[in-house]
Design a protein around this ligand. Structure first.
Ligand code: UDX
Length: 450
């Protein structure tokens, strides 16, 4: 199938490369010439494990190419896919780029195959595809829906595991304006054995929001329980959650063996959720609900708990160290989670902001996100090129991202380099490790002994 992808951001490029791997003829369109050239050289413009190798393969075999020319890409094309950004704004979600992409596809629709399906993959609020996208395509093409088809096909790709997630989907969701459109979009995924859900455009849009807001809700629920445990001497959120996880409705026993679904890891405490999806999607759904006069007290609280979590972590540090004014804090990890260099809505960055407000001097290190973090530097935030230089003379170190390599550092030596050997684990990631006696490891979700 000839496919045009509009927008070579994270979702667009991963989707394009994976569809090209399946044998489709894919053209990724972007306005930025340098980015297009980079993709055509087989290079990934952002950090995502597995993508460079895949891009190299599909550009060399010629199933994927990038272009700045939408008309060229639209020639004989059967399906176009909108994968532009839908950032948060005061209104909840900024759909300008989606509307523009739909208009441009409409403009060149006459060049496409006789029957063409416009597919939205960007995360958009319910009703967007059937109203905004449809009207823009119709106005620009002077054709009515039916002459072309509309689909909404949300992505469920985790950063850091996006290629694997595309290759092994839990389900494929296709919202369709009509059956002909849906069938053509489903053709893209021929060969996948997972359930394929053919549904309305609005359901498809809502499934994406429900999926991400559920994850955010689980995280905030766990963090609210953690806040309670932190205030109750004798309570430990991990012990509580370990017992909860053993409920057979959460971890069923199959053939005598307990299955521990991945979802259980969202029922753990942390400094909160971040990234390009969860914070933005919870906000967009809340604002959308407001527009249609539906109250969302649960989702409002999910955001509130998450916003407070980095502050709670810093308050714990203050309870142990006292005033942070001019104290050196080593921040280990900046990315919103391991496996990515994405700093968007990263709880680690929020922790840094709170530490700064209390007058601390932060020396930050991340194994992959340092180039992306250049912009956060100032007189109080210094980027360190090694964990060792970050912790030297520090009053405390904080694990801001659960990079596994942080547990493997030589903490015995590090504790001797530090002014006071406190290690705060803001992700509660390394509680099982045998820490050297010279270091005081302080997890979250437990009451700090005075
Ligand atoms: C998410 C969804 O998982 C994905 O299906 C969707 O399409 C895009 O949004 P991503 O933003 O990459 O993907 O992050 P995810 O791995 O789900 O992590 C989201 C947040 O949950 C992060 O802040 C992370 O630290 C936290 N998280 C993640 C956990 O608390 N536990 C985990 O096991 C994984």
């Amino acid at each position: 199938m000839r496919i045009t992808i509009v927008g070579t951001g994270y979702v667009g490029l991963v989707t394009g490369a994976c569809l090209a791997e399946l044998g489709h003829q894919v053209t990724c369109v972007d306005l930025i010439k340098e980015r297009v050239e980079q993709i055509n050289r087989g290079e990934a413009p952002f950090y995502e494990p597995e993508l460079p190798r895949l891009l190299n393969t599909v550009t060399r075999q010629g199933t994927l190419q990038a272009s700045t020319s939408l008309p060229e890409a639209m020639r004989e094309c059967e399906l176009s896919m909108i994968t532009v950004g839908t950032p948060a704004n005061a209104d909840g979600i900024d759909l300008t780029a989606v509307a523009d992409a739909a208009g441009q596809i409409g403009t060149w629709l006459h060049l496409a195959a006789p029957y063409h399906v416009v597919t939205v993959k960007s995360t958009v609020t319910p009703g967007t595809t059937a109203t905004l996208v449809r009207s823009r395509v119709e106005a620009a093409s002077r054709q009515s829906l039916g002459k072309f088809g509309l689909c909404m096909n949300p992505e469920f790709l985790r950063e850091g595991a996006a290629v694997t997630d595309f290759r092994n989907p839990d389900r494929i969701v296709i919202g369709q304006s009509d059956q002909r459109a849906g069938n053509l979009a489903a053709e893209m995924y021929r060969g996948f054995t997972c359930p394929v859900i053919m549904t309305t455009l609005e359901n498809a849009e809502m499934i994406k929001y429900t999926s991400n807001t559920l994850l955010a809700t689980l995280i905030s629920f766990s963090n609210e329980i953690a806040s309670l445990c932190e205030a109750i001497p004798g309570c430990d959120v991990d012990a509580v959650m370990d017992a909860i996880h053993l409920d057979k409705r959460l971890s069923p026993i199959v053939n005598g063996e307990r299955i521990k679904p991945d979802i259980l890891s969202y029922l753990r405490t942390s400094s909160g959720y971040g990234g390009s999806c969860l914070p933005k999607d919870v906000l967009a759904l809340r604002m959308f609900a407001k527009h249609i006069s539906v109250s969302t007290p649960l989702l409002d609280a999910v955001t509130e708990v998450n916003t407070n979590r980095p502050r709670v972590v810093v308050e714990r540090i203050i309870r142990t160290l006292g005033s942070l004014r001019n104290r050196k804090i080593a921040m280990l990890g900046l990315a919103f989670k391991p496996g990515t260099d994405d700093l968007r809505f990263s709880p680690a960055i929020e922790i840094i902001n709170h530490l700064r407000q209390h007058g601390a001097i932060i020396h930050a290190y991340d194994p992959v996100a340092l180039p992306a973090a250049a912009g956060i530097q100032n007189e109080q935030v210094i980027l360190s090129d090694s964990p060792e230089s970050a912790v030297t003379d520090a009053d405390a170190a904080v694990i801001g991202t659960a990079w596994p390599e942080f547990a493997e550092l030589d903490w015995h030596t590090f504790s001797n380099l530090m002014k006071t050997p406190y290690l705060f684990d803001a992700r509660n990631a390394f509680r099982d490790k045998n820490w050297p006696a010279s270091l005081r490891y302080i997890p979250i979700g437990v009451c700090i002994e005075e």
